[in-house]
Structure formats: C-alpha cells, structure tokens
Design a protein around this ligand. Structure first.
Ligand code: FMN
Length: 313
C-alpha cells in the first residue's frame, strides 16, 4: 500500500488541523511535526508538507528542514500546502519552494488561516498588528479556515497518488474487476439525498460492464428519486491484513424504464416476463453505471503492484 507522510510546522494549530484532515483522507498515512522527523520515516512514498505563512515567508523552521532534507525530498513525490491570510502571497511563497524542490512537486494547496488575537505571544501580537495595518485590515483576529476546501484538495491528492505507483496493466485490472463482480452476487448499495442516507444489502447481476439490481422497493428509492449518485461495496470477509479483497464502486444508478432492457435483464436472471407479471407486487430494476472502481487485493503486492488499484470509466 502506498504510504503518505504528512509533515507540518504550526504555531497556533491551524496548519496542524489542516494536516490532520489531509492525513485522515490520504491514509494509510502518518502525520508528524517536522521536529519529530526521523530516519525511519524516510521510506514513505508520498510526502505532503504543510507550513503557515509568517511575514511573507514559510515558517523559518520549515525553511531549515527543507534545506537540510533537500536530497531526500528530491527522490520523493511531494505536495505542498500552506495556511495564510493572503492567498496570493501564500501561492507566491509555495511556488518559490516548488522551484527549489523541482518537478517532483505535484500539487500546491493554499488554505485560509485562523488566528485569535488573545492567543498570540507578545511578539506575534505586535508583528501581526503591523501586518494587518500594512494590509489595511482592522486589528482583530480572523477565521478564513475552510474545512471543505481542504477536504476537496485531499481528495484530489488521493486521486493523484493512486495513479503514481505500482499500477496494474489496464487490461489485467479490467479482467480482475470483471471476474470479481461475476463471481459474487451480493453488494452493499449506498444511496443518499439531503438529510437521508441508506446502506442496503442487495443481490446484483453483472452483465458486460453494467450492474443491475432487482427490488420490490424501499427506502433506497427515496434517495434515488433525488440523487442518482451511489456507492457500492462488494468484498470478502476479513481474515487478516494479507488477505484483503474487496471493491468500492462509485457511479450513477437509474431506475430502468425501458421495456427492452428490462426484459433482457429478466431473461439474464433466468426468469420470464410471465413470472414477473404473476408476482403479487411490482419488481423494479436499477441499473448502475460505474464511474470509478477501487479494488483492494493483497495479492497484487506479491506480484509487485500496489495493493490498491483504481479503474476509471
Ligand atoms: C505574526 C504573524 C504574521 C503573519 N504574516 C502573514 C503573512 O505575511 N501573510 C499571510 O498571508 N498570513 C500571515 N499571517 C497569518 C498566518 O499565516 C495564519 O494565521 C496561519 O494559518 C497560522 O498557522 P498556524 O496556526 O499553523 O501557526 C501571520 C500571522 C501572524 C501571527
């Protein structure tokens, strides 16, 4: 599994909080302040570095760290982020760091900072008051911290990371996904709409890239009527960390209205329309169009590939 190391410096915990969010989403990961950096962290694959901006510069300790670890970092894939009050300044500063690190920097993130005046040391209080007056801002604390933009960035980073290392050849990955779906018949279907969420265990049928679900009805339709976005999971029971096998699907689910498609799937299921009509209640059909499949298979590691593979449609 690709491991992410989130290294940060933070004086008033804003960058710490952003690092925490990023680390949770990027897992498997470790989050450390640079003061705790040690040699046993050098084997991490993907490095995320976070710093606050103070007086138009990255944190001085981060500066020292980047200089000291330049060689090690030049062999890694990196993402940089900062928290600050002036986005354009944050971006300028991160670009300078990017220039010094080289083209192994894959992504930059500039996030709003947060400060309460009463928490500042005397020195920072005066420096900050000076900074605010220079920027024409009132002498008061600010809260520009936005969890959502950090979550969005972390999800984008995860996407980038998934495409970086140990990728299975596409045709082999497609075959793996197809075989797994064909050899199973039960999934957990997750549907959601505003204020409602539902996870439903259901039988499914896989046929040539599409998944069909037959249903007498129920609460999942209360969600599907408002949002066709779904997530599906099919998996083996957990035994140990070396025998993981499961897939997560993200896609669109629609209620099948077209009669020809409905009849075709009923036939695939080994039923006929007379039987369906003879049922005491309606039998609805849902079609899932897959957009993304995430496959976890511990065996891939033995073959020299990443345990986690992503297939996009
Ligand atoms: C003394 C001081 C100087 C600052 N200078 C800048 C600056 O030059 N540019 C900027 O965008 N933000 C500046 N800020 C805001 C911080 O970058 C922001 O609050 C950051 O999120 C703090 O991160 P931390 O809580 O992780 O230490 C300054 C804050 C202080 C207290």
């Amino acid at each position: 599994m690709i491991k992410t190391l989130v290294l940060y410096e933070s004086r008033y915990k804003t960058t710490w909080e952003a690092s925490n969010i990023i680390s949770l989403i990027m897992g498997p990961s470790r989050r450390y302040p640079i003061s705790k950096f040690s040699d046993d962290l050098r084997d991490f694959d993907f490095i995320v570095i976070g710093t606050p901006i103070y007086n138009g510069k990255i944190h001085p300790k981060m500066n020292v760290f980047l200089e000291k670890e330049h060689k090690w970092l030049s062999e890694k894939k990196i993402a940089l982020f900062c928290t600050c009050f002036k986005g354009s300044e944050g971006l300028r500063v991160l670009r300078e760091v990017e220039d010094s690190l080289g083209d192994n920097v894959l992504e930059l993130g500039v996030f709003g900072g947060r400060l309460k005046m009463d928490r500042l040391t005397d020195r920072d209080y005066h420096a900050f008051a000076e900074y605010l007056s220079k920027e024409g801002l009132p002498p008061q604390g600010m809260d520009l911290f936005n969890k959502e933009e950090i979550v969005d960035w972390a999800l984008r980073l995860k996407d980038i990371k998934d495409g970086l290392f140990g990728k299975l050849p596409l045709s082999q990955l497609r075959k793996e996904v197809e075989n797994f779906l064909k050899n199973h018949n039960t999934c957990t279907l997750a549907t959601a709409s505003v204020g409602r969420i539902r996870a439903t265990p259901v039988e499914y049928i896989y046929n040539q890239g599409q998944i069909y679900i037959l249903s007498e009805g129920g609460e999942k339709f209360a969600n599907l009527l408002f949002s066709s976005k779904i997530s599906m999971a099919v998996y083996e029971d957990y035994t140990d960390m070396n025998s993981l096998y499961g897939i997560q699907i993200t896609g669109q689910a629609d209620i099948v209205e077209e009669m020809a498609e409905y009849k075709h799937v009923i036939k695939l299921k080994g039923m006929d329309m007379n039987f369906v009509r003879s049922l005491p209640t309606d039998l609805h059909m849902i079609r899932v169009d897959m957009e993304k499949v995430e496959l976890l298979n511990s065996d891939f590691k033995k073959q020299g590939y990443s345990t986690r593979q992503v297939l996009k449609f």
